[in-house]
Design a protein around this ligand. Structure first.
Ligand code: FAD
Length: 532
């Protein structure tokens, strides 16, 4: 054991020296004893965005939390280098957030993917203990075997637990259960100092809160305890179309005001034939909606609300009746309501079908200049106008999601009853950044401009830069004029980050000083410099 430790430290020393060397002699596979440091790979220097490709000097494929701890303890105790470290989950970031230029990328998927379940009975909670590198799809598959499932999701499930908890993790269930970060009971974290800490709302709560939504800045999440609920067997999935934005948002707000009836609410803008077609790939209903999209100079825009009701057959919920009651109160276009029943698994995994379809025509591995924003309710109409001023509906490729979230306490909270966690949907102690709640509106919106830019279809370097410039313009204007905040934020300068955090900056910076004082972690976010 002692020998192994000495070997590891010696190997790390060589690594650090080599990283510092102008000759960078890490060019072939290396075996650094128990720490399996490898030369860089193309995977480690790319992500879903395909905008930045920062190559690390080495990759760590950890077999345990201790491997990560050894690496970070050594780096934080050494004044030799300025090596940085980024945890990489599934690499579905847009702007190189999980990259580490000339540093070390920790491939979280290498950790053993074991999942342990605790199934509570008689009013007790159920939960799963999972590795930070496990993908949500794997947790779903395993938990369904026990009739259980997490409560809060992202639209796409091939993302890691550690990756989404470092942001927030939102989807159509968020209005009801809060984001994924509000559905975690405990974490195991390796801090930037290399300490392995098990933290929760009642133990080392500051680290727990810092890491949730913490953009990988304070520690690496190696395990998470995720709250589970009884899984429904089927889901009634409904779509309704609109030709008026205010009616669309009014109905969305109506739906999120009934969390006892509705289980999922999202919505998207129907800009053109392509957006209608691609968003329908996973929705297996016979949709007979052929609207007139107008002309290039005078386009007609439509909107679609998507909601779902869980069918717990053994509880005799009459899902048809619930949908009937709700839809009677909605004001969609005449006859433009469609519904279909699907398995819970297929519903949650719906984006996978879109992925497969896009992959089959070579449109998955293209540039993705995405922009996601949280917009206060009071500014959502202006935001829509700003957006429309900056896109061409006829040529837009991708999807624009718009749906409401509630920022206040949950009305259907388990947490209250079980006293294990605060009942806020969005806990302000975490690191996540939301618009300031000046107007006291319960509702805020998330808008996702999920654009694809295909180099083979004519959008190469200049076109991509122009799209990025436009998105930055939208983000800046919406920030200043509407108080909107970026989700999955990207700011090219430290002052941009200061502005992003606003009054929360001091706390964020203070937490950094405490948990990662040398600024080793999360270099790809560009928030803090590496210190000696
Ligand atoms: P990575 O991209 O690998 O990492 C993201 C950040 O987290 C990096 O800073 C990284 O260093 C850090 N990190 C990764 N793992 C850890 C860890 N274990 N501990 C500490 N830090 C870590 N998001 C939503 O909220 N809702 C959605 O519906 C949604 N849909 C999406 C659909 C698609 C097709 C894609 C590509 C993305 C979507 N996202 C969505 C965004 C996604 O949640 C984030 O990009 C998330 O970071 C991806 O997880 P990942 O495992 O790929 O993380």
């Amino acid at each position: 054991m002692e020998v192994a430790m000495v070997c590891t430290r010696f190997s790390l020393l060589i690594l650090i020296l080599s990283l510092c060397s102008p000759y960078k002699f890490i060019q072939s596979p290396m075996d650094f004893g128990p720490l399996n440091l490898l030369p860089t790979t193309t995977t480690a220097s790319s992500d879903f965005g395909r905008i930045l490709f920062h190559s690390p000097a080495a990759v760590l494929k950890p077999q345990s939390s201790r491997d990560i701890s050894l690496l970070l303890s050594f780096l934080s105790g050494s004044s030799l280098s300025k090596v940085t470290v980024a945890a990489r989950g599934a690499g579905h970031s847009i702007h190189g957030q999980a990259q580490a230029l000339d540093g070390i990328v920790v491939e979280m998927c290498s950790l053993p993917a074991d999942i342990e379940f605790y199934k509570g009975g008689g009013g007790e909670i159920s939960y799963a203990d999972v590795s930070g590198g496990v993908m949500w799809i794997d947790l779903l598959e395993q938990s369904l075997k026990l009739g259980l499932a997490p409560r809060s999701w992202t639209d796409y499930l091939y993302l890691t637990v550690g990756g989404t908890l470092s942001n927030a993790g939102i989807s159509g269930q968020t209005f009801k259960h809060g984001p994924q970060i509000s559905n975690v009971l405990q974490l195991e974290v390796v801090t930037g100092r290399g300490q392995i800490v098990t933290c929760s709302p009642s133990k080392d709560a500051d680290l727990f809160n810092a890491v949730l939504g913490g953009l990988g800045q304070f520690g690496i999440i190696t395990r998470a305890r995720i709250l589970l609920q009884e899984a429904p067997q089927k889901v009634k999935w409904v779509r309704a179309f609109y030709d008026d934005f205010s009616t669309f948002t009014k109905d969305q707000e109506l739906l999120v005001s009934t969390p006892d009836l509705v289980d999922y609410v999202e919505g998207f803008i129907v800009l053109n034939e392509q957006s209608l077609h691609s968003s329908s790939i996973a929705f297996p209903a016979n949709v007979d909606f052929n609207p007139d999209f107008g002309t290039k100079t005078d386009p007609n825009i439509y909107y679609c609300i998507e909601f779902a009701v869980h069918d717990y057959q053994q509880k005799n919920t009459n899902v048809e009746q619930v949908v009937e009651v709700i839809s009677r109160q909605m004001s969609y276009m005449v006859s433009q309501l469609y519904s279909v029943e699907v398995s819970y698994f297929d519903f949650l995994n719906r984006v996978r079908m879109e992925e497969m379809s896009l992959r089959s025509i070579g449109l998955w591995e293209v540039h993705h200049p995405w922009l996601n924003m949280f917009v206060p309710k009071a500014g959502i109409n202006d935001f829509k106008d700003l957006l429309m001023d900056n896109i061409s509906p006829d040529s837009f490729e991708g999807l624009i999601l718009i749906y409401p979230l509630l920022r206040d306490k949950s009305e259907v909270s388990w947490f209250n009853r079980c006293s294990v966690h605060p009942s806020d949907r969005w806990d302000t102690n975490t690191s996540v950044v939301l618009p300031d709640s000046g107007s006291m509106d319960r509702v805020m919106y998330v808008v996702g401009i999920l654009r694809s830019a295909n180099p083979e279809g004519g959008c190469s370097h200049h076109c991509l830069q122009e799209l990025l410039r436009r998105h930055r313009g939208i983000a800046d204007t919406a920030g200043v004029q509407l108080g909107a905040k970026q989700y999955l934020a990207h700011h090219p300068t430290p002052s941009g980050w200061h502005q992003h955090f606003g009054r929360r900056w001091e706390r964020f910076a203070e937490r950094k000083t405490r948990f990662d004082p040398l600024g080793i972690l999360g270099p790809g976010q560009g928030i803090f410099p590496r210190r000696d």
